[in-house]
Design a protein around this ligand. Structure first.
Ligand SMILES: [Zn+2]
Length: 138
């Protein structure tokens, strides 16, 4: 049963940050690290609502990577100016640029689902299909 199918964006983003289904808050939506199940085991919400759905997640992931990389660089410069340790700062910046998209990948998907779901609510056919999935699953 969906606890709050009309939850606001803030609630859904909180669920997304906890790796939960943005629609119902249920857990277990990843079968393993970074691999989203086809649908939510709690409410039956089919995550990939249409072809190319997760392009929005790629945009979020790219934005987060850019932000964190620049933050490391700018904060490093700001904290150590004028005797900047260039090699360690370069390594930290490259690590931020290389690791953020990998580590943030699952979160970018759940965040995208929360944002998208906040302005594109489930249509009746999707809602009925979700109920059928849950009922046939057992
Ligand atoms: Zn759910």
């Amino acid at each position: 049963m969906v606890k709050d199918p009309n939850a606001g964006l803030g609630t859904m983003i909180g669920r997304a940050f906890r790796s939960c289904c943005p629609r119902c808050g249920g857990g277990g939506i990843f079968s393993r690290w970074g691999v989203l199940r086809e649908w939510c085991p709690t409410c039956g919400f089919r995550f990939e609502r249409e072809s190319g759905y997760f392009v929005g997640a790629m945009i979020i992931n790219t934005g987060a990577t850019l932000f964190l990389t620049l933050a490391v660089l700018v904060l490093g410069l700001w904290a150590t100016w004028p005797s900047v340790p260039w090699v360690p700062l370069s390594i930290a910046t490259i690590l931020a640029a290389g690791l953020t998209p990998i580590l943030f990948y699952p979160r970018s998907k759940t965040l995208w689902m929360a944002v998208e779901l906040s302005y594109h609510r489930l249509e009746d056919a999707e809602r009925l299909a979700a109920i059928e999935r849950i009922e046939s699953a057992g």
